[in-house]
Write a protein that binds this ligand. Structure first.
Ligand SMILES: Cc1cc2nc3c(=O)[nH]c(=O)nc-3n(C[C@H](O)[C@H](O)[C@H](O)COP(=O)(O)O)c2cc1C
Length: 130
């Protein structure tokens, strides 16, 4: 059986967005993602973002180019990129979590040269909480 055309990207970034802009990003992303069959989860600490996006290779790459070029954040660092057997976000165009306590954790993931996989996993765990 062919493997599905399904990939994920997990990145972290430093926020330059106002609270209103975060709401705009969320609303706009949900609309765009619904059209492109992209699903995922966004985490916001007040100072940083973490996001997982999942979808077909071509649309995911397009979406990531747009995200990386967005001036409402910088220091975008991709931590995980790869194939997925199945979506973890199902029908959720973009779940949203606020986690002020994870600010230093993400700052650290951006700053350190080698990706600390345990720290990266801790951020993912916060996003995938039921
Ligand atoms: C933290 C962050 C997360 C974003 N997430 C998404 C996303 O999941 N999907 C998306 O299409 N755009 C996302 N964007 C917005 C894109 O960067 C960009 O604004 C949008 O794709 C361009 O839309 P437009 O072509 O209508 O101008 C995000 C932006 C930021 C700053």
């Amino acid at each position: 059986m062919d493997r599905p055309d399904l990939y994920q990207i997990f990145y972290v970034s430093r926020s330059l967005a106002s609270p209103q802009q975060v709401q705009d990003i969320l609303q706009h992303s949900r609309e765009l993602n619904a059209r492109r069959q992209v699903t995922g989860s966004l985490l916001y600490t007040g100072g940083h973002f973490a996001q997982v996006i999942e979808g077909p290779a071509a649309t995911l790459a397009e979406t990531m180019v747009a995200i990386a070029a967005d001036s409402r954040h910088d220091n975008v660092r991709t931590l995980v990129k790869g194939r997925l057997a199945e979506r973890r976000h199902g029908e959720t165009q973009m779940a949203y979590t606020e986690a002020p306590g994870a600010n230093e954790l993400i700052a650290n993931l951006i700053d350190t040269r080698r990706v600390n996989t345990k720290r990266a996993q801790r951020v993912l765990d916060l996003m995938f909480q039921p």
